[in-house]
Design a protein around this ligand. Structure first.
Ligand SMILES: [Zn+2]
Length: 371
């Protein structure tokens, strides 16, 4: 008892969370959250607003795609539309697919499956996401050698004292943002394949894929490449380099949005990046999550609309099976309960204060080490 050991069947070296004395925090919090839904007679899944939001983002993306591919706009406006499409696809990932793939969008598996499938269409493989995000990142958040999300660009970006240091990293707080804009180009053309064919993801997860996933990996990638490379080249009267400018601009915009939102929740001044000792973390899992996760702009309506609950990452990590539209109201309960148990609850009041905190974190870790 007192141990949280997620997903035993994928374990290589099982990492344990242990601190018996802290288990009351999560049980108290769960009771209060259960009561919130019960008393309010509210479902934990999508509400009407969430459905409207889904229709909005999906229609916007489909509309932009058809406007671009039908070449009805002058070239410079097509470029603007491509940039907007890139950002919209990032928002679809945050708001629709992320929830669906956690199973929090609906109680109906088919609805989650169908909305989750859109992730493949916009370039990211859902099966690999389930391994890297749902299993590994959510279980071992910010733990060195376990959570590969903090291996942002090994050798180029240093986030922990144990990472090797080099002289370029003194500029990492500047060039990191250029690297973030490469997020989707790297993800759709390289990362998914690398993670799939690796022996293990982090020290804890051994890869063993069902055979059909090999086939699906290539088939789903082919759908994205066809829709976003082959079809535009066939239908649009563009030279190859004009197409390339649009495609790269779309991805740089999408990558920057994704990269920033991912980093501001776990890699800021307040959040810890931890190292396991003897394969264990001296905290209960829920307490660990509070130490390694931070919210940003929690009361900003635009951030709440666009980020799909990723700006309320504390609530998301504690309750990934609850749809993100409820996080804003749950945050008061989580914050109060954390306070009662004398536990941290990290918040950056605005997007820019989180950005500043991330910048300062990178600057500090990039400083040359004196021997
Ligand atoms: Zn998640």
């Amino acid at each position: 008892m007192g141990f949280y050991c997620p997903n035993n069947n994928s374990m290589n070296k099982p990492l344990k969370f242990k601190n018996k004395d802290q288990s009351a925090f999560l049980s108290t919090l769960k009771e209060r959250v259960d009561l919130f839904f019960k008393n309010g007679k509210v479902s934990r899944h999508a509400n009407f607003f969430m459905i409207l939001k889904t229709v909005f983002f999906l229609s916007l993306a489909a509309g932009l795609y058809f406007v671009i591919i039908s070449s009805i706009l002058p070239l410079f406006l097509q470029l603007g539309a491509a940039i907007l499409l890139g950002m919209t696809m990032a928002f679809i990932g945050f708001n629709v697919c992320h929830d669906a793939l956690h199973g929090s969008y609906s109680s109906n598996k088919k609805i989650n499956g169908s909305l989750g499938f859109i992730f493949n269409v916009i370039g990211a493989n859902t099966y690999v996401w389930n391994l890297t995000h749902n299993i590994v990142h959510h279980s071992y958040t910010n733990i060195v050698d376990h959570d590969e999300d903090i291996e942002i660009a090994p050798g180029l970006i240093r986030v922990h004292e144990t990472d090797k240091s080099n002289k370029f990293q003194r500029f990492q707080h500047i060039y990191a943002f250029f690297l973030y804009s490469l997020t989707t180009l790297s993800w759709f053309f390289r990362k998914d394949y690398v993670k799939f064919f690796k022996k293990q993801i982090g020290d804890s997860h051994l890869n063993k894929h069902p055979r059909v996933e090999y086939f699906k990996l290539f088939l789903y990638k082919a759908i994205y490449y066809f829709l976003f490379i082959v079809l535009p080249l066939l239908l649009m009267s563009l030279t190859w380099w004009q197409f390339l400018i649009g495609f790269v601009a779309m991805n740089l915009a999408e990558g920057l949005v994704l990269g920033l939102v991912f980093q501001l929740a776990h890699v800021v001044e307040d959040t810890e990046i931890r190292q396991a000792e003897n394969n264990s973390i001296e905290d209960a899992w829920a307490v660990h999550q509070l130490k390694v996760t931070a919210n940003f702009a929690p009361t900003n309506r635009l951030a709440n609309f666009l980020c799909g609950g990723l700006n309320l990452q504390v609530e998301h990590h504690l309750f990934p099976k609850i749809c993100h539209v409820h996080y804003r109201r749950l945050s008061a309960i989580v914050r109060q309960t954390a306070g009662e148990f004398n536990l941290p609850y990290h918040v950056n009041r605005s997007f820019f204060s989180a950005l500043r905190s991330h910048y300062l974190f990178l600057k500090r870790l990039g400083k040359p080490i004196r021997h």
